[in-house]
Design a protein around this ligand. Sequence first.
Ligand code: DC
Length: 231
Amino acid sequence: MASLVIAIDGPAASGKGTLARKIAERLGFAYLDTGAIYRAAAHHLLRNMNSAPENEADAIAAAEYVRDNLDDNMTSNPELRAEDVAQATSKIAANQKVREILLDAQRKYAESPPDVNDAMAGGAILDGRDIGTVVCPKADVKLFVTASNEVRAKRRYDEQISKGVDVEYDAILADMIERDKRDRERSVAPLKPADDAFVIDTSNDTPKDVLARALDIIRGHLAEQVAKNAP
Ligand code: DC
């Protein structure tokens, strides 16, 4: 059976990562957080190269480093979640060459996802900003997850406070609005729903409700596909 691809896009702290992880768990699919790949490049640029996102040659070299050394340790580093890394990530992610360098690994993952628990049917879930539009334009199901600015900032605030990080809600809200604006307005692969994406607003829902809605959409869509392909 051909492997299924589910694309999930959305702005920061929209709940897309939580949702993607839960769907992957439920369906036994492999999950790729593509933001972590971009974050790993920004992290390498800031912390190991002591450079800045404005230095294009260094940003490209950092992306090449990540492409050539990508592994689970690199993308699961908790330091990738630091606010300065997030801002730098959004800056280098606007660079076309950086995106081209990191594109192949994402497409390959979608085409041949790692087998999870000997699943009967393979599949991959990728989340990011341009999965449904650029990375996997032919994904079987596309979800665009969003929530109000205030709800998203509160989620990020609570997450940081629970980790013991001293942060101000207003500063988080301002940083988030700035980062989203950059991600939405860049000329290359901007954050936007694909024409055939299902939009899910998570502002007023618990993660459990959001999962139930997403699974309904996936089931409905797959049933439609099966009916369409029936002899
Ligand atoms: O999902 P995240 O917050 O970890 O993403 C961090 C940044 O990476 C985000 O501001 C934009 C960029 N990004 C991107 O441009 N394309 C992707 N597919 C994923 C992330």
